[in-house]
Design a protein. Structure first.
Length: 186
């Protein structure tokens, strides 16, 4: 296919000439050729011989955008966490190893609140959430079904978690992943 040329560039786009001049519409094969053409033919520098700046030529100046509207953080997205120690609505905060003690081997006595426990599908399988009290504060103790803690609570208080009453001793231990966890003491 033969390409017709006008000046330095082709009149029409083809497989070789794919870059067009914004001023005259000629087509060029490389950015270098296009830049030389624009500099030589379409700037005041072609006449005066002086280098041009972006301010002198409006088409080369970076277009300014309107400033972004401030994002409304009150609608949509994930709400900010509350400052109430992780408790939400009707539930107590979960009992964590830090609540029992800061070091491995720390022990505490939990009083089972006597409220009906609930069963949830947690990160580690089905869990029984038992409301407990520690030092006068209410917490929820998560006991994974088929875990050692579940077996010990089953042996001590019976098969029905709704009938669990009394107190239980717990200890902070270190898991295989080097994370502290709460273990029911025998």
């Amino acid at each position: 296919m033969k390409t017709a040329y006008r000046g330095e560039g082709a009149l029409y786009r083809d497989t070789i000439n794919v870059l067009d001049c914004a001023f005259c519409g000629e087509w060029f094969p490389t950015f270098e050729r296009l830049a030389k053409h624009v500099y030589a033919r379409h700037t005041g520098a072609a006449i005066s011989g002086a280098p041009i700046s972006r301010r002198q030529h409006p088409t080369m100046a970076k277009k300014t955008r309107k400033p972004a509207k401030p994002v409304n953080r009150t609608r949509g997205g994930i709400p900010a966490p509350s400052a109430d120690d992780g408790s939400s609505g009707d539930f107590n905060p979960f009992l964590k190893a830090d609540h029992v003690g800061k070091r491995v081997g720390a022990t505490a006595k939990l009083k089972i609140a006597g409220e009906a426990p609930r069963v949830v599908d947690g990160n580690f399988g089905e869990q029984i959430i038992v409301p407990v009290s520690l030092n006068g504060k209410r917490y929820d103790l998560a006991i994974t079904i088929d875990s050692v803690n579940h077996r010990l609570m089953f042996e001590r208080f019976g098969a029905n978690p709704a009938a669990w009453r009394g107190s239980v001793n717990v200890e902070v231990k270190m898991s295989r992943q080097d994370r502290p966890y709460i273990a029911v003491v025998r």
